[in-house]
Write a protein that binds this ligand. Structure first.
Ligand SMILES: Cc1cc2nc3c(=O)[nH]c(=O)nc-3n(C[C@H](O)[C@H](O)[C@H](O)COP(=O)(O)OP(=O)(O)OC[C@H]3O[C@@H](n4cnc5c(N)ncnc54)[C@H](O)[C@@H]3O)c2cc1C
Length: 403
């Protein structure tokens, strides 16, 4: 029996195991994952991994880390059920994994198009190293790609394909790119940069069907306005859904993520959840919030580890996100769509600048383009008022540009 059983050995699960050891927790720890690759960094999959011919996954930790820290890493095992009353997880082959406490770090999976749209499963999704290998094999001989979804991952794939000289069309149901993650001003700036590279975009368009024209060896994407796009390969990047079935079937509370408290505890006192699979209670907003990014999951892992080890909780940090789209590096934090006024530091024409979002004269969001050092400084200021931000930065903001 493991004192701590962690299901999912990716960014959040590995961070939880590491944080427990850092907090001097000395019970036994087992990390179980269904993937068969040493736990690796996922963000590069839509970035350098796609462009480099000789890419191999970047391990989160060296192989020796697990043994050195007495973390029992069990790979290629899928958990299919939880028995909370008897405190064990059950794997596909019927093995029981008994635990003292359970940490669910099972992440998310890409949303798929309904079978009525993509009956033959033509569109490629990208979440795992295996997905990457399949996608790269198809991209190798391709001249054109249609990408369904203009969010961060879709745009990263688009930027990479443009750099390789492919004809790229992005189909986005909304009226602009990256609506959930960046403000309109940043989205428009990034769109212009990609349009200059030859990107084609269809806004306000949904996909009705995707079929393969075997005779001509192309995929045909039919849009709601009947337009047809031909592409050698179709990629779908329309967001991710939390892996919450295990939790739901075991009777835990879920609602777009496994619902947990401010310290990551689920509706069962021995079960915690961290990372993309979890929705944490935010006392300021008065509701549960699910993040899909590396940093928030790692921060949550530290909070849970401190709670289990009886250590004092780490300082709270706001979620931070990043995206690399060819030469454009975006970093963001805070309520990017909640600002009623934006101020720009440095000239966008220089290719490196920051956008500060204020709401009622308080800094609520920071977004930077190619300015990582500025981001590090600025995002710590979220929450303070406009005059204090100006004084700290020793700047005078240009006349406010109200939305
Ligand atoms: C292509 C791509 C690019 C991204 N780029 C960025 C970026 O630039 N910046 C950023 O911050 N975030 C990025 N993200 C998001 C980031 O990768 C995720 O937020 C992060 O991986 C979440 O980590 P996690 O450990 O919570 O979940 P996951 O990484 O999803 O890991 C969960 C693990 O649990 C395993 N698992 C699930 N169910 C079971 C089961 N029943 N039994 C056994 N194992 C199971 C899964 O196979 C998986 O290995 C990107 C994601 C993708 C897909």
């Amino acid at each position: 029996m493991s004192d701590i059983l962690i299901i999912g050995a990716s960014h959040s699960g590995v961070a939880a195991a590491a944080a427990l050891r850092s907090a001097k927790y000395d019970g036994s720890i087992m990390l179980v994952t269904q993937e068969n690759v040493l736990p690796y960094h996922r963000p590069p999959l839509s970035k350098e991994a796609l462009s480099k011919d000789d890419y191999s996954p970047t391990p989160l930790r060296p192989e020796t880390f697990y043994a050195l820290n007495q973390i029992d890493l069990v790979q290629a095992v899928k958990i299919v059920a939880l028995n909370l009353a008897e405190s064990y997880a059950l794997s596909e082959d019927g093995t029981r994994f008994p635990y003292g406490r359970l940490i669910l770090a099972c992440g998310a999976e890409p949303r798929r198009l309904p079978t009525s749209v993509d009956a033959d499963g033509i569109a490629h999704a990208l979440r795992t190293h295996d997905d990457l290998i399949g996608l790269k094999a198809r991209l190798a001989g391709a001249k054109s790609v249609a990408i369904i979804g203009g969010g961060l991952i879709g745009m990263e794939i688009a930027a990479m394909a443009l750099a390789k000289g492919l004809a790229v069309t992005v189909v986005e149901a909304g009226s602009r790119l990256m609506e959930r993650t960046v403000s309109k001003s940043i989205a428009n700036y990034v769109l212009d940069r990609h349009l200059n590279q030859g990107l084609h975009v269809r806004f306000g368009a949904t996909v009705v069907t995707i079929v393969r024209d075997g005779g001509r060896d192309v995929d045909l994407v039919t849009l709601s306005d009947r337009e047809q796009i031909e592409a050698d390969i179709v990629v779908v990047a329309i967001g991710a859904a939390p892996h919450e079935n295990l939790a739901r079937d075991a009777g835990l509370e879920v609602n777009n993520g496994i619902l947990v408290s401010e310290i990551g505890r689920s509706s069962h006192p021995a079960v915690y959840a961290v990372g993309d699979c979890s929705a944490w209670y935010d006392p300021v907003l008065g509701r549960h919030v699910r993040n899909e990014a590396v940093n928030p999951g790692q921060d949550q892992a530290k909070i849970v580890a401190a709670a289990i080890a009886g250590a004092s909780p780490p300082p709270k940090r706001l979620p931070r996100y990043w995206s690399h789209q060819a030469a454009i590096q975006i970093q963001m934090s805070g309520d990017v769509n909640g600002a009623d006024m934006e101020a720009v530091l440095n000239a966008p024409a220089s290719g490196a600048f920051s956008v500060l979002g204020f709401k009622s004269d308080r800094l609520v969001a920071v977004q930077t383009i190619n300015a990582p050092q500025q981001f590090g400084k600025l995002h710590e200021m979220i929450g303070i008022d406009r005059d204090a931000v100006a004084a700290t930065l020793d700047v005078e903001f240009p006349p406010p540009h109200h939305h």
